[in-house]
Design a protein around this ligand. Structure first.
Ligand code: CP3
Length: 340
């Protein structure tokens, strides 16, 4: 597995072809997923290792990708922490008991990953038996996870979260501290079960100013990456909306930085240093465009990235209703591309 193009690219080593995989490569854009979803709820699928395994495998042969990602959700640890977790059709995730004051933060429960999230480890073990490409484990980053805990669901302004940072900084820090402890433990469990890389999703951290990121978030994200230094697998630091603070995101850590389409690949690589492995960064909406437009976008990224230390991916997850044929076509384009 150390010889796979995905792991090699994570380490900045030369590869025969640029590796490619997609965030949310399993999911609603696929017929087989929607069929299974008729019979099971999303949480049932996450918590039943045989189902999670099945869904993880669904896209692999169809697309021909270079890595798999375990089917789970960043919000799963919220249940054992005591906030509750529901997925209501249409509204996305709902956290029934949001954490908004000191008392609520103090009441959060410590998580025993093996006992309470062991179904993720079991699913990882099942998937590993079935595939010969690397399997990526994952978790939410401290900010993105805490924002769900504080807001109680999706948010546009993140006002409640930001006001906790500003008005009750010690409460925010206690919350982030508890979440970091859980995350390091949970991610180590995934590696012990067989995950060959990890990705930390900071999907919403781009809502912050660079200064607030540096002050209220960076030290905690860094704690997670530092806590994973000895796990022996590459760790990907994923965020969106962070083009104007990639230097700070890089300081937090991670072997690979994954960012969105709001910056050109060559600008990012110049900023980060060419030794820094990177992942990304096609706009997921491009996948709805005609094939020639997609090809132009894919080639532009590959050319600007250069051949070394780049994993091709989208800047964010595959959207619902994306044509499967177009996703397949991207994999072929990436694998056919000849670097100069
Ligand atoms: O990438 C993969 O294929 C692995 C599976 C995966 C899911 N969620 C499955 C899922 C991963 C890596 C995630 C991570 C995740 N979950 C993130 C970070 C990545 C990102 O997209 O920013 C976030 C923010 C969440 C929280 C979450 N879970 C949201 C916002 C939603 C979507 C709500 C909606 O209705 O659109 C979910 C649900 C979810 N997670 C689905 C899937 C396939 C859809 C559930 C369904 O089938 O209805």
């Amino acid at each position: 597995m150390e010889n796979s193009r995905f792991i090699k690219a994570c380490r900045g080593e030369p590869v025969d072809k640029t590796p490619v995989w997609f965030m949310r490569q399993a999911g609603r854009y696929m017929r087989v997923y929607r069929d299974l979803k008729e019979k099971h709820t999303f949480l049932e699928m996450c918590k039943t290792p045989e189902l999670a395994c099945e869904v993880t495998l669904q896209p692999l042969d169809v697309l021909g990708v270079d890595a798999a990602i375990i089917f789970a959700d960043i919000l799963l640890p919220l249940e054992p922490m005591g906030t509750g977790l529901e997925f209501s059709a249409g509204d996305g995730p709902v956290i029934p008991r949001p954490v908004r004051d000191r008392k609520a933060v103090q009441k959060l429960l410590p998580v025993n990953a093996e006992e309470q999230l062991g179904f993720v480890a079991d699913a990882i073990r099942l998937v590993r038996r079935e595939i010969n490409i690397p399997l990526v484990g994952f978790a939410g980053a401290p900010f993105t996870l805490c924002s769900y805990m504080v807001e109680g669901g999706k948010s546009r302004e993140f006002k409640t979260t930001k006001l906790m940072m500003y008005e009750a900084t010690d409460v925010w820090e206690l919350l982030m501290d508890k979440v970091c402890t859980m995350l390091v433990d949970y991610l180590k469990m995934q590696v012990a079960a067989g995950a060959q890389a990890l990705q930390i999703f900071d999907s919403w951290v781009g809502c912050l100013s660079p200064s607030d990121y540096e002050k209220y978030v960076l030290p905690y994200s860094k704690r997670v990456f530092d806590g994973l230094k000895d796990v022996g697998v590459p760790v990907i630091n994923f965020s969106t909306g962070t083009s104007t603070m990639l230097d700070l995101v890089q300081k937090a850590g991670g072997d690979v930085l994954s960012f969105d389409w709001r910056i050109q690949m060559d600008s990012a690589r110049t900023l980060l240093g060419k030794e820094q492995p990177v992942q990304g960064n096609l706009d997921p909406v491009t996948l709805f465009a005609p094939i020639p437009v997609i090809r132009e976008g894919v080639y532009d990224i590959l050319k600007r990235a250069g051949g070394r230390g780049h994993i091709f991916n989208l800047g964010h997850g595959i959207l619902q209703h994306t044509p499967v044929e177009h996703v397949k076509a991207v994999v072929e384009m990436v694998h056919e591309y000849q670097h100069e």
